[in-house]
Structures are given as structure tokens and as C-alpha cells.
Design a binder for this molecule. Sequence first.
Ligand code: CA2
Length: 148
Amino acid sequence: MTSILILNGPNLNLLGTRQPEVYGSETLSDVEKMCKTHGQALDIDISCLQSNHEGALIDALHAAKSKFKGVVLNAGAYTHTSVALMDAIASVSLPVIEVHLSNIHARETFRHKSFIAPVALGQICGFGSHGYILAIDALVKHLAGSTA
Ligand code: CA2
């Protein structure tokens, strides 16, 4: 069965506790449940992991190589700072789709830069938690095309 990892970065464990106008009112657990339910409908296995630590996210990407066919990644603020995460994605050569709840391009200038985007299959932002569903669908379609 196709397996996809949903990987969330720093502070996303606090989802639903403040700034609902920016990030929505769902908790991370709600978002993860939604992804798993969507995975069941598509007959794919969805695993979820969140960490506030850059090294743990890098370790998760390295480990993903042998366990998953692709990754949906919301790297949180590390998106805008982490060359190390960019290098990790490039080194595992797994398809990674970058997701953001908010439209990072419509926010502060420092959020416009993504170190993930150049090594990602694509970027989805601004659609709230639905972005994770869009990313799963895009990854599944990509994987179907790459094995056909
Ligand atoms: O829009 C996104 O998904 C972000 O990745 C969220 C990050 C932010 O630094 C990025 O620029 C864009 C912030 C995640 C923090 O999320 C919280 C949500 C509610 C309460 C506390 C933190």
C-alpha cells in the first residue's frame, strides 16, 4: 500500500489555540485525523509526525526514504530559514510537497522566501487545512504517473 508521511514543524502543535483568523480553528489532531480519513478513502496509508526541532525533522526525512513514497511537509518557520532542511529534502530524493495553512506570499516579506520550494515538487499555501488534502491528492497523482 502507498504510504505518505505528513510532517509538521515548529509550533504547529499549537494549532487551534490562537490566531484562528490566520491558521484556522482546527487543532493539529483534527488536521491529522482529516488526512488519515482522506487516506482511507484513497486506500493509502497516512502517517503523521510533528516536531519543534530542526534535527528531528531532518531525521524524519532521512528515515522517510525507506518507509514512505512521499512527504507532505509544513516546515513552519523553518521554511524561511533552514538550509539544512533543504539539503535533507534534496538528499533523500523523495517527492515532497510543501504546504502552508496561510498564504505566505501575502504576509510579511520574510515569509515570502522558502528554502523548501526549490527542492519540493510544488507548494500549496493559503487554503488552510484543505491544503493538506490538496497535497495528498497531488502526491498520489504524481506517484501514479511515476510508476505507470
Ligand atoms: O502558514 C503556515 O502553515 C506556516 O507554515 C505556519 C508557521 C509560519 O511560521 C509560517 O510562516 C507559515 C507558524 C506555525 C505556528 O502555528 C501556530 C498556530 C496557532 C497557534 C500558535 C502557532
